[in-house]
Ligand binder design. Structure first.
Ligand SMILES: NC(=O)c1ccc[n+]([C@@H]2O[C@H](COP(=O)([O-])OP(=O)(O)OC[C@H]3O[C@@H](n4cnc5c(N)ncnc54)[C@H](OP(=O)(O)O)[C@@H]3O)[C@@H](O)[C@H]2O)c1
Length: 161
């Protein structure tokens, strides 16, 4: 579908009061350029795969979204549960009195203008994930995580799950 038609439909729904806002998902930097060119500057978020093992968006998409004041919605922020155990996460978790999943989530939330949407099916996980928003990782913790989960050197297409 041409993006311009989709934008027009979203804006019509907004004008009619059927929706308050609209956003997109899995759009990479070039897609966001295309969206804006199609009149889509009313988009309020791009929901993308972003976590410690999916750092590709840091190279260009996150800066693009920051420059254009579009909040990022990070999906699968604990890599579908796979980041709930890892030696580097466990070490920091023990030091800050948290769990590995909380450290992974807190790392993702370190960006201003970034929302994370972990899926949880127990109240215990929901509470744990909410509490991760209050954890502040130190510069030393961030350096440890950078070493354990390095940012890719070269730009790569946006990954999706
Ligand atoms: N736009 C897209 O293309 C796209 C693609 C994929 C996903 N999503 C969205 O992203 C959201 C979440 O993604 P996801 O489910 O793929 O990945 P996720 O949130 O990274 O991982 C969910 C898994 O992590 C576990 N978990 C959650 N909190 C935990 C904690 N504190 N400690 C240990 N384990 C924990 C959950 O277990 P329990 O269930 O046992 O709590 C579940 O198995 C959903 O809303 C989904 O719709 C969007």
């Amino acid at each position: 579908m041409p993006l311009a038609e989709t934008v027009e439909a979203m804006e019509a729904l907004k004008s009619a009061g059927k929706i308050r806002h609209w956003g997109v998902s899995n759009l990479d930097t070039d897609d966001m350029d295309e969206l804006v060119a199609a009149g889509g500057d009313g988009c309020v978020t791009d929901q993308v795969l972003y976590n410690l093992v999916r750092r590709g968006p840091e190279l260009d998409l996150l800066p693009w979204l920051t420059d254009h004041k579009v909040p990022v919605m990070a999906y699968s922020p604990v890599e579908q549960g796979r980041l709930s155990s890892h030696p580097a996460l466990e070490k920091i978790a023990a030091e800050v009195g948290a769990t590995s999943a909380q450290v992974a989530l807190s790392w993702t939330l370190r960006h201003d203008g970034l929302i994370a949407i972990p899926k949880a099916s127990s109240i215990a996980h929901v509470r744990e994930n909410r509490a991760a928003a209050d954890i502040v990782l130190s510069d030393a913790d961030l350096a440890t995580l950078d070493a354990a989960f390095p940012r890719p050197r070269d730009r790569r297409p946006l990954e999706m799950l």
